[in-house]
Ligand binder design. Structure first.
Ligand code: ASP
Length: 584
């Protein structure tokens, strides 16, 4: 037997017992006549003691040979420690070793296996198995397991069935590029890896499964933005005989349950906001509502006052940054440069200091008097001690720019408290968005999303006005879930493909199976998918999803531990007939 106990469970109740532990050498402190070894496993650390008075010479000599990360097995008697460690669950005891063996030796690890390690990102990824021995990663993985289990239990309780869907499929257009897999048995043909199980979960509804979920890997071959993974995990869900409200309520319940399990706090009903309102108030379809700084639209009170910059702008927006009046001139110059960087792209930054006693001092005092600035303060909700920042320009651009500035200020002011959870539903997304590049409409969510029934008549005449029965769940400024009510009849689905620029032949060849299924009694249905990686990271109070994935890829999509992707042999390539004529 390798062990009778683990390294985290022994305490004063075990004093006098003989036990066997197995684990890794965290530390070996050799003081000559006394040696202490910290033995570590997944559950904790137990101190082993060897001393000249009580330990045999052979064992003393053996103990001296154990370096960091050696795997050893030790049997001994649990004794009370003379100097206790209140920070360790096993800190009251130590193990006086009577028998021991080396199970495996270890090279010196390339970085320290400590909470704060000296290993850089690349080294940690290359030796991820050593990184996983560190507490922060270990506990993140355990946390992820706990969340996944809570999800499984909660949804199972609600009558959801977990069904696996295939991984080798045909491309489903969800806006990203597919990873493709050549088929040896079908020369010149390819599978695609699922960007999501979207069409399959809809077919499960046609199959009468009624409530489905799956914790499932999805794949998107996108240019990797910061902290995105080419393969990621979704909690994918679908329900039949539901309207939007049913779905929002069900998954609000799940999210509330997760937050309560993690924090102990029962949140009330989640606020709901339409897409247009979110854009108007926060310039963003995933607003962080843990703090204020809502947009005040200043067109009415800032135009036609000889300030040409505003006069020529479509939209003038201000935000009141709380207690920011202590920003120095230098800080403000630096912020002006920040908004002018190409990534943000603003042309300049106007500011108003809200002084004690109710007066104002602004960077545009030449053009606006105290009465004007008072109006700005009223509209942005600024009070004494705040600073109002104003940006202007084209509506969409200025909203995006102001949203970035709002987030930056919140970050600097410490208003993005990871322990506070502020969820919100964003609803009523537009069904379509016009894409300048391809000169056609794209589905804002995906092509299976149903238009608002009352707007069906606009689908032909004014498609860009039509809203969708689509919703996102936003948590602390991150989209953690998104879904929609689906189209479930062939005529509407064909009409949608037509709007999206598919010829009837293309629609048939790509989605004939779905439209056929709609002709065999498809029930009304809808669903949602959560990004598990990000959800877990946010619930864990962190932002980097990589820290919650056992073997993540780096930001060029490589796994640097196994060195993938990699070139393959010619023989392997030849078998795949990759040189056959492609479709035009
Ligand atoms: N399949 C969608 C996605 O991956 C989610 C959904 O509509 O359920 O974003």
């Amino acid at each position: 037997m390798y062990r009778t106990h683990n390294c985290g469970e022994l305490n004063s109740a075990h004093i006098g017992k003989t036990v066997t532990l197995s684990g890794w050498v965290q530390k070996n402190r050799d003081k000559g006549s006394v040696i202490w070894i910290d033995l570590r496993d997944r559950y904790g650390i137990t101190q082993l003691i060897f001393d000249e008075a009580r330990t045999s010479e052979t064992l003393m000599a053996l103990a001296k040979t154990f370096g960091r990360e050696f795997v050893i097995q030790a049997t001994g008697k649990v004794i009370e420690r003379s100097s206790k460690n209140p920070y360790l669950s096993t800190g009251d005891i130590e193990l006086l070793v009577t028998d021991m063996r080396c199970l495996n030796s270890s090279k010196t690890p390339p970085f320290t296996i400590e909470d704060e390690t000296d290993g850089g990102d690349t080294l940690r990824m290359q030796y991820r198995y050593l990184d996983i021995r560190r507490n922060p990663i270990k506990s993140n993985l355990i946390f992820r397991h706990r969340i996944a289990q809570l999800v499984r239990n909660y949804l199972s309780e609600q009558n959801f069935i977990e069904v696996e869907t295939p991984v080798l499929i045909k491309s489903t257009p969800e806006g990203a590029r597919d990873f493709v897999v050549p088929s040896r048995m079908n020369p010149g043909q390819f599978y695609a890896l699922p960007q999501s199980p979207q069409t399959f979960k809809q077919l499960l509804m046609v199959g009468g499964m009624d409530r489905y979920f799956q914790i499932v890997k999805c794949f998107r071959d996108e240019d990797l933005r910061a902290d995105r993974q080419p393969e990621f995990t979704q909690i994918d869900c679908e329900m039949a005989f539901v309207e939007q409200d049913d779905i929002l309520e069900t998954f609000e319940g799940l999210t509330r349950h997760l937050i309560a399990s993690v924090t102990g706090n029962q949140l009330g009903a989640f606020p709901r906001m339409t897409y247009h309102e979110a854009m108007r108030r926060f310039g963003n379809d995933k607003p962080d509502i843990r703090f204020g700084m809502e947009f005040g639209e200043l067109n009415e009170v800032s135009k036609h006052k000889d300030f040409q910059v505003f006069n020529s702008s479509e939209l003038v927006i201000g935000i009141a940054v709380p207690k920011a009046n202590d920003l120095t001139r230098k800080d403000l110059d630096q912020l002006t440069d920040w908004v002018k960087r190409p990534q943000i792209g603003a042309s300049g930054l106007v500011y108003v200091r809200c002084l004690e006693g109710g007066s104002f001092k602004s960077s545009v005092d030449k053009f606006f008097d105290q009465e004007d600035l008072k109006n700005w303060a009223k509209i942005t909700g600024a009070s004494e001690g705040d600073i109002i920042f104003v940006l202007s320009g084209n509506t969409d651009k200025v909203r995006t720019q102001m949203s970035a500035l709002r987030m930056e200020m919140a970050e600097r002011l410490g208003l993005r408290d990871p322990k506070v959870f502020a969820p919100l539903w964003v609803i009523d997304f537009p069904l379509l968005e016009w894409d300048e590049e391809s000169n056609r409409y794209h589905a804002m969510h995906h092509p299976f999303t149903a238009p608002k029934p009352e707007q069906m008549n606009l689908l032909q005449s004014n498609p860009s006005e039509v809203n969708a029965n689509a919703y996102d769940l936003v948590l602390n400024g991150n989209e953690i879930g998104g879904g929609s009510i689906r189209i479930h009849d062939k005529a509407t689905q064909s009409q949608m493909f037509d709007l999206l620029g598919f010829t009837p032949e293309e629609a048939k060849s790509q989605f004939g199976f779905l439209m056929n299924a709609f002709e065999f009694g498809a029930p009304p249905h809808g669903g949602i998918a959560f990004g598990l990686d990000r959800l877990v990271a946010i619930l864990g109070g962190q932002e980097t999803i990589r820290e919650f994935i056992a073997f993540p890829k780096n930001n060029t999509g490589r796994d640097i531990m196994i060195d993938a992707p990699s070139v393959i042999h010619k023989a392997q390539l030849d078998e795949l007939y990759l040189d056959l004529q492609p479709l035009e």
